[in-house]
Design a protein around this ligand. Structure first.
Ligand code: TNX
Length: 674
């Protein structure tokens, strides 16, 4: 609905009721006076698209807009439904999904073979054409249309992420984008073993990761402290193994927990609906004290041979719980028939429930004091065919490429060592390439989401969150952005690499808020490294400047979505304002006039003023939740109180500023009818 029609409606209502009322017409403009610098930066999309040509004018979504599925593009219908579902809450528009010829004001989805996407080997590419009359999304696959939809969201004002109606206007700049990923694999790993996380928490992470075109969720479901998914035939794995967590020696802090197989299937389906693939990992032959503790005494299990003690090759015999974050003390024995009965059940059942091409068998951090390299290799060489028998490709931490292993060419090594260049510690990457394996680049110092940030001036890193072994000065956004997966290890290039992954290890994070705080905004930097074309990303490069500007615009989007994030001082966070849609009566107004997103700014550092449109101004009142270590950067509300002395129509201007960031302005109209 256009602003003038909104005003007219209110006037009619008032005339009918005969009331003397002050009403606020929803004619606000967020950030009404963009600085020339902000205008010249163009569309603020992360990851940065391959090419962006800005045109003249803009498209406006209206109450009459439809989401059109092109004829012959029936497979686009679910994405059209997604787009409509994204856009309805904030706009309040009906946005019907239809298959019919497009009209002005529609967003149209088409499947086809645009020549512009010939360079895209992944099928994830898309062409986005926005102009005053239309938005047209074209892709070769539904996944490409999903990616295009994520870009559409970012081209709209941030308030599109609101779950409640916002005033708009809902504009998209005229633009032609051709976009496709650099790497086919762009992953985030979540460790639900060290601390249990619910399926719904994982779904929220899927929502946010997929919004940045991350397409793989690697789920680390077992480690020394916990085993998290029911495996039929081995109820102890979850009954016993599900109870542990890091730091829960007395089991007082965290009761642990586990998923049913139905839970896992639901997460896989939810991920698939967001074009993310779930790669399951049960670590082996080490990092599995929870399995050993569960099965060591399982002498009556008919699937085992009555002597399950022979699975244990760990440092302690009998085994014992160790709820610290220690690593390298557990291992299962490759010679034990029981080991393989258990692992075959795990691999078979998880693989059968997973739609991914890969199954991740772990393989990290088994010291030779527990298993010699020959026994380690024998373990990997026994498990790999079990994975293949399920039709999956083996993936593992890069140690699985070590001496004596014989992975099938095309198996995937996840390179986690921080070593780069020609450092001798890069050996696992070379071994993997030598065996014809593909590489997922996850060097801890540039991708590990569990590492501490660099402390902000206010010391804003929560001391309990994060480890620091990979980044002694902390790993902030710059570390996640400033590296190149294709040249990180000398001699290991893009011909070997299939992508990148960020690992959210779970030792120090107990809930989704903690996880989000560590994941965002760093995963967004990694998403760009994995998606966008190679570019110079050093601290002084124009690309880094440009990235930080685009990243800053995500603050309001994350805030509105209720996603916690660390407002790192590296990012020039900005204010975003939207006028509220309040109502009042009489000549007296008192209440909220605008919402304000201000990542990292305390309420006390924000200055506001309200020009009431009658020649008077007052300061506004800012209320809301500031950024703290454990809460979302909450939205602030700007409120004011004013008494008009005469009836009329008043243009109210709300201004907010904070040190070092551009001032923002929203406007609305208060009308006092008599
Ligand atoms: C190393 S690198 C691990 C994990 C820990 C993590 C903590 C790798 C494959 N394993 O077991 O959780 O460091 O940062």
């Amino acid at each position: 609905m256009s602003p003038s029609r909104f005003r007219a409606c209110y006037s009619v209502l008032l005339a009918l009721s005969g009331a003397v009322a002050l009403v606020v017409a929803a004619t606000p403009t967020a950030n009404a006076a963009p600085t020339p610098a902000a205008q010249s930066t163009g569309p603020q999309v992360v990851p940065k698209p391959v090419s962006t040509a800005v045109g003249v004018g803009h498209f406006t979504l209206t109450a009459l807009s439809r989401i059109v599925v092109g004829t012959d593009s029936a497979a686009a219908a679910p994405i059209a439904a997604d787009i409509a579902a994204y856009l309805r809450p904030a706009t309040g528009y009906p946005l019907p999904v239809v298959t019919s010829p497009s009209r002005a004001g529609d967003i149209t989805l088409r499947l086809g073979n645009p020549a512009a996407l010939r360079a895209d080997a992944t099928g994830e590419g898309y062409v986005l054409e926005a102009s005053p009359p239309s938005v047209i999304l074209t892709a070769t696959t539904p996944h490409g249309l999903f990616d295009a939809a994520q870009t559409v969201r970012q081209l709209l004002p941030p308030w599109i992420e609101s779950s409640a109606p916002e005033p708009g206007p809902w504009t998209i700049p005229s633009v032609r984008m051709v976009d496709y990923p650099r790497y086919a694999y762009r992953g985030v790993m979540l460790d639900i073993a060290r601390h249990y996380q619910t399926p719904s928490a994982v779904m929220r992470l899927i929502d946010q990761a997929s919004a940045y075109k991350v397409n793989t969720l690697h789920l680390h479901v077992s480690d020394d402290q916990g085993f998290r998914i029911v495996i039929n035939g081995f109820p102890n794995l979850t009954a016993i193994g599900g109870q542990g967590s890091v730091g829960t020696g007395g089991r007082t802090m965290d009761p642990g927990g586990f998923w049913t197989q139905a839970d896992y299937r639901n997460v896989v389906a939810y991920a698939a609906a967001h074009f993310m693939t779930v790669v399951p990992e049960v670590d082996s032959p080490g990092h599995n004290n929870a399995i050993i503790m569960s099965e060591y005494s399982d002498t009556t299990n008919p699937l085992l041979n009555g002597h399950p003690q022979d699975i244990n090759c760990g440092a302690n015999n009998p085994p014992m719980w160790n709820f610290t974050g220690d690593v390298g003390y557990s291992a299962m024995c490759p010679e034990s028939q029981n080991t393989w009965t258990i692992y075959t059940a795990i691999v078979d059942q998880l693989a059968a429930m997973s739609t991914s091409r890969y199954y991740h068998l772990g393989g990290d951090e088994v010291p030779p004091s527990l298993l010699s390299q020959a026994r380690y290799a024998s373990f990997i060489n026994t498990e790999a065919p079990i994975v293949h028998a399920q039709g999956k490709t083996v993936m593992g931490w890069a140690e699985i490429a070590g001496a004596g292993t014989s992975p099938e060419p095309g198996s995937v090594a996840e390179y986690w060592n921080p070593a780069s260049g020609s450092d001798p510690d890069t050996i696992t990457a070379h071994e993997a390439v030598g065996k014809g394996m593909k590489i997922v680049m996850a060097p801890a110092s540039h991708t590990y989401l569990d590492q501490k940030y660099v402390a902000g001036p206010a010391g804003t890193i929560p001391p309990t969150l994060g480890l620091s072994w990979a980044c002694n000065k902390g790993c902030d956004v710059d570390q996640f952005y400033n590296w190149d997966p294709g040249s990180y290890v000398t001699g290991v290039g893009d011909q070997n690499g299939i992508g990148v992954e960020g690992a959210m290890w779970g030792e120090t994070v107990v809930n989704l808020s903690n996880i989000d705080y560590m994941v965002f905004p760093r995963l967004i930097a990694l998403a760009e490294v994995g998606w966008s074309p190679k570019v110079e990303r050093t601290a002084t490069s124009p690309a880094y400047e440009d990235f930080l500007t685009r990243l800053a615009t995500q603050g309001a989007r994350l805030t509105l979505a209720g996603t916690n994030f660390y407002p790192t001082p590296e990012v020039p966070w900005r204010l975003d304002i939207a006028a509220a849609q309040p109502s009042g009566s009489g000549g007296q107004f008192s209440g909220p006039l605008a919402s304000l997103s201000a990542p990292g700014f305390a309420a006390s550092s924000i200055t506001t003023s309200i020009d009431w449109g009658d020649g008077t101004s007052t300061a506004g009142m800012v209320t809301g939740i500031a950024a703290t270590s454990t809460t979302v950067n909450g939205l602030y509300t700007i409120s004011g109180t004013h008494a008009y002395t005469h009836a009329g129509e008043f243009r109210v201007t709300i201004t907010a500023s904070a040190p070092g960031t551009p001032t923002v302005v929203a406007q609305t109209t208060l009308r006092w009818h008599e």
